[in-house]
Design a protein around this ligand. Structure first.
Ligand SMILES: NCc1[nH]cc(CCC(=O)O)c1CC(=O)O
Length: 345
């Protein structure tokens, strides 16, 4: 009898018995057969981390526990642009990881500062959710049907500039708070808010979306819709960690996110900079397009470039070089004169 080879599977084979997924109230000691996954405590963060934890438990058979870490970004109600820019949601999770209070940390990739972090490795970028921005308006209105002078809430200078570029008559006001708080403002004192579609989809509030903005009209924040799974650099080669990260990582999402982040890094821009970017792989080509806005939306600058890239034979440096190339073109064309790029890092 001849052996039939197992069919090739795009998904690594799961463990015979999935591990359990639980949520801890306080600190959890390291233990064999247990992975502790650090997360912010918001509904959105817990929902996306639970999905990651379930995938790890399936792929490895080990038990996974969610450890909730409170970050400065969760506690403060100051406008996002004044919170010290990039990293407000991230540092507490990274500190917990380095201190050994958890073994993996799950971040929204767009919240990560662009520079490397001592002792920490980007272990995986999972399959990306919808990267687009979403308009959530009263009475199901779209950007085209909002009345003249309508009030739209967003805490993001990029979203404000993009709204004003398309509808200069709108009154854009700064809002903060978690997704439910922001949605609560609709009909209360605002006609609409703009949020990431990914966040709404992840917490089951996709019903609140009246329009998903097209990429060309409102390119999202670099990395939007993607998650970043960080681990201690000393742990990446552990067999259980290798299996977990291989099961989680999506090479396409990773290449796109890295290109978008390299752009931001070269521009030395923070997460509050008015920059939209969108990268996509199609037929062996990675294309990155980015737009920098004047804060009032009255002017914008777009650059686009492509590079060969395939998941089967990834040129590891290609996404980074592409991001750098597009950023350099924007700088050469005067991006710094259009907007404060690094002001809120
Ligand atoms: N800056 C806040 C933030 N960071 C990540 C998300 C959710 C979307 C995502 O995962 O990219 C949001 C909310 C928003 O932009 O509406």
């Amino acid at each position: 009898m001849t052996e039939t080879p197992a069919p090739a599977s795009p998904v690594p084979a799961g463990a015979a018995t999935p591990g359990s997924v639980t949520r801890a109230d306080g600190a959890v000691a390291a233990a064999p057969g247990l992975l502790r996954i650090g997360t912010r405590g918001s509904a959105l963060a817990v929902s996306q981390t639970t999905t990651v934890a379930e995938a790890i438990a399936r792929a490895t058979g080990v038990d996974v526990v969610l450890v909730i870490i409170t970050t400065h970004g969760d506690v403060s109600r100051a406008p996002l642009a004044q919170l010290g820019g990039t990293g407000v949601f991230v540092s507490a999770l990274r500190e917990a990881l380095v201190a050994g209070e958890c073994d993996l940390a799950v971040h929204s990739l767009k919240d990560l500062p662009t520079g490397p972090c001592e002792g920490i490795t980007l272990g995986a970028v999972p399959v990306r959710a919808d990267p687009r921005d979403a308009l959530c308006a009263r009475d199901g209105m779209t950007l085209a049907t909002l009345p003249a002078g309508a009030k739209v809430g967003t805490g993001s200078p990029r979203r404000a500039a993009q709204l004003l570029a398309r509808r200069p008559d709108l009154q854009v006001s700064d809002i903060r708070g978690n997704v439910d708080t922001r949605l609560g403002r609709i009909s209360d004192d605002l006609d609409a808010v703009v949020l990431a579609a990914a966040g709404l989809d992840r917490i089951g509030r996709g019903d609140a979306i009246s329009e998903r903005f097209p990429f060309h009209a409102a390119p999202p924040a670099p990395g939007q819709g993607a998650l970043a799974i960080e681990v201690r650099s000393t742990d990446v080669e552990l067999p259980v960690m290798r299996r977990a990260l291989a099961a989680l990582n999506d090479p396409w999402a990773r290449a796109e996110a890295i290109a978008e982040r390299a752009l931001l890094g070269t521009l030395e821009a923070g997460c509050a900079a008015p920059i939209g970017a969108t990268a996509a792989v199609e037929g062996g080509t990675l294309t990155l397009s980015a737009t920098v806005y004047r804060l009032d939306g009255s002017e914008q600058l777009t650059a686009t470039a492509s590079a060969p890239w395939e998941p089967a034979m990834p040129d590891a440096a290609a996404p980074t070089e592409l991001g750098r190339r597009v950023a350099e073109e924007l700088l050469a064309r005067g991006a710094e004169h259009l907007a404060p790029l690094g002001g809120t890092r």
